[in-house]
Design a binder for this molecule. Sequence first.
Ligand code: NAP
Ligand code: FE
Length: 369
Amino acid sequence: MRFFVPTDIYVEKDCVKNHAQNLLSVGMRALIMTGHKSAAANGSLNDVTEVLDAGKAMYRVFNEVEENPSTDTLRKAVQAAREFKADFIIGIGGGSAIDAAKAVALLLLNPQLDADDLHQAPSRRLGHAPVVAVPTTCGTGSETTPVAIITNHKIGLKKSIPHVIFPALALVDGKYLASASKQLIVNTAVDALSHMVESVLNVKSNAFNRMFPEYGLKLWGECKDALLTNGDVDASLYEKLMLTSTIAGMSIAHTSTSLPHGMSYDLTLHEGVPHGPAVGFFLAAYTEVCAKFVPDDVEKVFSLLGVKDIGEFTAMLQSLIGTYSVTRKMRDKFAAAMKVNRSKLDLVPGKITAEDIDFIYEKSLAIRP
Ligand code: NAP
Ligand code: FE
């Protein structure tokens, strides 16, 4: 058994301000990477630049990270980092900005690598510049994972890159959720839920890494009524939602994600479905299949969440994210690709068959003409 999360993690209100010295000690010249608008709108960018200004650290803002960041954007960002002579990267935003920051931190120290090469396995472990992560969604937990999910449109691939890039510092403050729509909170909370379920129902699940999802699923269960009820989520839950997402990140930092995540990438790449629902559509059927292999673990997940059985779990997910349909041709193509995706299939805690995979697709995606 092994436990390893080397990120210095703080979760609290006014976290960036409170830990100004931790932030300033990471480097002196930061490339700050954000999405187009949200970091400027929700105060997170301002909190970070105030600390850098007060500490006389230099920075440049790159605010062009799109949802599901592409290798083309990374190439532009690393050029900006080099021109500015950045010595560290700060990612502020959802998983897209933080994942992009991780990948740019790697590219910055490895000029021999082009962004389009990032998905190829390296012959040796590569170094990276330090990364600071300030999350503003309650879903990916990227601030505590070693993973970056990058899209290469030239080869039609959305996948994690095979490099280990833990942020040096994670500053997690629930107040940034105040600007998020209810649907964004729900979508990203479903991602966090999936991380924990996929971490428990996983061949790598063990006593060490179970501490995270077993506590996080309980916290998620305490938020579920607020997510399911019409109307805005009360501000008093923001910190709990963020903490849950960070804990869920620590879960998958040890186990990786499994089939629902592997299945989601095609749906996002080819249909533009946001990450949380794209994963969530597959979660109930995956859980149902795992009940054949690890019934006690499935029961444990349900009891921590406070749901009765697979029927109630499926209904809860449908009420949060709805349902989705694709053409039969597309569904068959996605299923065929998943049947040979060993990196995800090998994480299932039992001998999954081609019929099981067809079952998950059939249950999870309706057919549209
Ligand atoms: P996202 O793609 O980072 O952001 C989605 C949208 O939310 C963007 O339009 C963004 O706007 C907006 N937004 C972000 N924070 C906001 C806030 N506080 N208020 C209002 N709007 C806000 O969404 P995400 O679900 O967090 O990240 C998804 C990506 O992370 C996917 O690529 C997924 O594959 C990846 N992921 C990574 C890991 C990992 O371990 N590394 C795990 C799971 C998923 P702006 O563009 O204006 O910022
Ligand atoms: Fe995810």
